[in-house]
Design a protein around this ligand. Structure first.
Ligand code: GTP
Length: 367
C-alpha cells in the first residue's frame, strides 16, 4: 500500500525554527523528524510514499537524496505551487498513486502506532475512510472525535470548552482511505480533509475509527517539540534498533569535570565545559559549542548553536548558528531563530528571538 505524507504546512507555531527548516526536517536526536515517520510507515507495510509538499520542498528532497538506505524505496514528490490544504495536497499527489486504498499521514506526528492493525481494521469494514484516534490529557486543546460502540464516527468537536468535553479521543493524523475518497476532493483549490471531507463521510456513516494506545505526539509547537525530543532521548519512542544512549563523537573536546549523563547526544566539533542534563534530556546538533561552566538542561541545540561560558539554557530551543552570550540565561520555553544572539548576561525568559541582526543586550528581560 502507498502512503501520502503531508509536509506542505508552514509550521507557523514552531516559528522561528520553521523559518529556516521545514517542520519535517527539524531534528530529533540528530535525525530529521521525517526519518522516524518513514520508519513507522515501512514497519507498517507501506511500500512507497508520495510527499505532498509546498513549503521549502527542496530541503526535503535534498534530505531524501542523502538516504542511501532508501534508494530502492519508491518516493515521489508532489509540489504545490500554493498551499492546497490537507485534502488538496492528497489530490495533488494523485498522479503518483496506484488507484488502490492508501495511507495518509500528517508529517508532524511522532508515534509508535501499529499501522498494520489500522489497515486490517479498515479492510474488514465497509467504511470509505478509517481515522486513527489517540487519547490526550487535555482535550480542550484539540479537535475531538466522538465514536459509537461500533467505532463509527458520530461527531467532531473542535476545541470544546471544558463543560462540552464528551471524549478524550482526538484525530491522530493517520488515515486509511479508499480511492473513492479522492473523487470527493475538488482539484485546484484549498481543501481541508478535517473540515470538508471527513464531515461528508461521517454524515453518511462511512467514517470509522481505529483507536491507538501507542505513543503519540505531534511536534508542532515548541513545547511538544521539546517533549518529543526528550521522549526520543529517553527511549520512550524510536524504532531504531541498537539505540546508543551515550553518543559522543571522538573529536568532541571535553573539559575537566565534565558530567555527561546518558542518554545524551554530542556531535562532532562540540566543546563542552560543564554540561548537565539533570533537569531534562538535552540534544545537541552538529558543530555545537558549549563553553566552560555552561549548563544546558532539557533543551534542543540545533546545528552550530553556541553556548558561551557560564551561560544557562533551560527548557528552550536554540536555532541553528544562534548564540547565547557569556553568563546569559535562556529559559522558560524560549526559542532563538537561526543566527540570533542573546547578549552577555542577558536573561531571555519565555521569549522568542527572531531577528538575527539584533543582539539582545544585557539586562533587558524577556521581550
Ligand atoms: P501550523 O501553521 O503551526 O498550524 O502548522 P502546519 O502548517 O504544519 O499545519 P498543521 O499542523 O495543521 O498541519 C498538519 C499537517 O498537514 C502537517 O504535516 C502539515 O505539513 C500538513 N499541511 C498543512 N497544510 C498543508 C498544505 O496546504 N499542503 C500540504 N501538502 N500539507 C499541508
Amino acid at each position: 500500500m502507498q502512503a501520502v505524507i503531508l509536509v506542505g504546512g508552514l509550521g507557523t507555531r514552531l516559528r522561528p525554527i520553521t523559518y529556516d527548516i521545514p517542520k519535517a526536517l527539524v531534528p530529533l536526536r540528530n535525525q530529521p523528524f521525517i526519518g522516524y515517520m518513514m520508519d513507522m510507515l515501512r514497519a507498517g507495510g507501506v511500500d512507497g510514499v508520495v510527499l505532498a509538499m509546498g513549503y521549502l520542498p527542496d530541503q526535503i528532497q535534498d534530505y531524501f537524496a542523502t538516504r542511501e538506505d532508501l534508494k530502492d524505496f519508491p518516493i515521489n514528490y508532489a509540489v504545490e505551487d500554493r498551499p492546497l490544504g490537507t485534502a488538496g495536497g492528497i489530490k495533488n499527489a494523485e498522479r503518483y498513486l496506484d488507484g488502490g486504498p492508501l495511507v495518509v499521514v500528517n508529517g508532524d506526528v511522532l508515534t509508535g502506532t501499529d499501522l498494520r492493525s489500522a489497515i486490517e481494521l479498515h479492510e474488514s469494514s465497509d467504511s470509505l475512510a478509517t481515522i486513527t484516534l489517540t487519547s490526550v490529557e487535555d482535550p480542550t486543546a484539540y479537535g475531538l472525535v466522538e465514536v459509537d460502540h461500533d467505532m463509527v464516527v458520530r461527531r467532531f468537536l473542535e476545541k470544546p470548552a471544558a463543560a462540552e468535553v464528551t471524549t478524550n479521543l482526538v484525530n491522530a493524523g493517520i488515515y486509511v482511505l479508499e480511492p473513492e475518497v479522492l473523487c470527493r476532493i475538488p482539484a485546484g483549490r484549498e481543501v481541508s480533509i478535517e473540515r470538508e471531507i471527513f464531515p461528508y463521510l461521517q454524515a453518511r456513516g462511512k467514517l470509522r475509527a481505529h483507536v491507538s494506545s501507542s505513543y503519540w505526539r505531534d511536534i508542532g509547537t515548541p513545547r511538544s517539540y521539546l517533549a518529543a525530543s526528550h521522549d526520543v532521548l529517553s527511549g520512550a519512542v524510536g524504532a531504531h534498533e541498537g539505540f546508543e544512549y551515550l553518543d559522543i563523537d571522538p573529536s568532541t573536546k571535553r573539559g575537566k569535570n565534565v558530567r555527561l549523563l546518558p542518554p545524551v547526544s554530542v556531535a562532532a566539533g562540540c566543546e563542552i565545559g560543564h554540561l548537565a542534563t539533570i533537569g531534562g534530556r538535552s540534544s545537541l546538533g552538529r558543530n555545537c559549542r558549549v563553553g566552560e561552566g555552561a549548563v544546558v538542561e532539557g533543551s534542543i541545540l540545533l546545528d552550530g548553536a553556541e553556548i558561551e561560558p557560564g551561560a544557562v539554557v533551560r527548557g528552550s530551543i536554540i536555532g541553528p548558528g544562534a548564540r547565547v552570550g557569556q553568563k546569559a540565561i535562556v529559559r522558560g520555553l524560549s526559542v532563538l531563530g537561526a543566527g540570533c544572539v542573546v547578549g552577555e548576561s542577558n536573561v531571555l525568559d519565555q521569549g522568542i528571538h527572531i531577528n538575527p541582526g539584533v543582539v539582545v543586550p544585557p539586562r533587558s528581560l524577556s521581550f
